[in-house]
Write a protein that binds this ligand. Sequence first.
Ligand code: 4AZ
Length: 266
Amino acid sequence: MLALLAAVPVPLVALGTAAPAEAQRRVVGGSAVSTADHPWIVALSSRQQFGSGRSGQFCGGALVTPTKVVTAAHCFYDEARGRVDRPGLKVIVGRDDMRGTSGREVAVRSVWIHPDYSFAANMNDVAVLTLAESQGALPVVELVGQGETEPYAAGTTTQVYGWGDTTGRGDYSPVLRGVSVPVVPDQVCAQAYPGGQDGRFDARGMVCAGEERGGKDACQGDSGGPMIVDGRLVGLVSWGTGCAEAAHPGVYTRVSSVADAVRSVL
Ligand code: 4AZ
């Protein structure tokens, strides 16, 4: 899947301005997959902000009820302005290839950001979108339970999906891709991200995944997209240093830490 740049720990959405730093690790070794097999995977779109070439896609998300999409809070923030509007925000369902028009673009009625979301600390990086029209015909994905730990055991195989950068050079994928990455032990991730330049990992609200030697990862544009274990939503693409680099696993929102808060708005 995707992958992008910057040796900075900032969580970014698909910025459009790719500034490939030194981190060019090639993608992130995933492969094309279809929304036909994962109909609850959605794209967030703002054609006005990001252009129509790729349907305005800038983040991913997951349908958890016929009217609610779970994604990352940081999809609605930027470095310069903090909380930002995404003009003409839509949720796109049933479209594998963002160059096309299959599926549907659904209007968003409201955006809920976790009340304790911290852009600076990347904590509680979760948002819930309410759709203007119910997607009653589509399957939804089940959320992991509050406080569950088993899906986060080190070495657990997860699947991560998105339309993000595949090379670390701003090459956003036109098609949905998926990759399998193992959960990294919390202590290892804490060493990878001790704070400062590389950001701080906090296991209370985050989980890391990736191969020790890198090569598979989520990246810019994948933000908010689902991390799945045993068919349940356990993580959301959140942040990391570069993409697919050895010793810098991807960091995901630990959905079990925000599941009750999310459920309270479903
Ligand atoms: C981002 O900028 C981003 N490699 C997402 C995921 C990762 C890095 C950056 C993880 O949205």
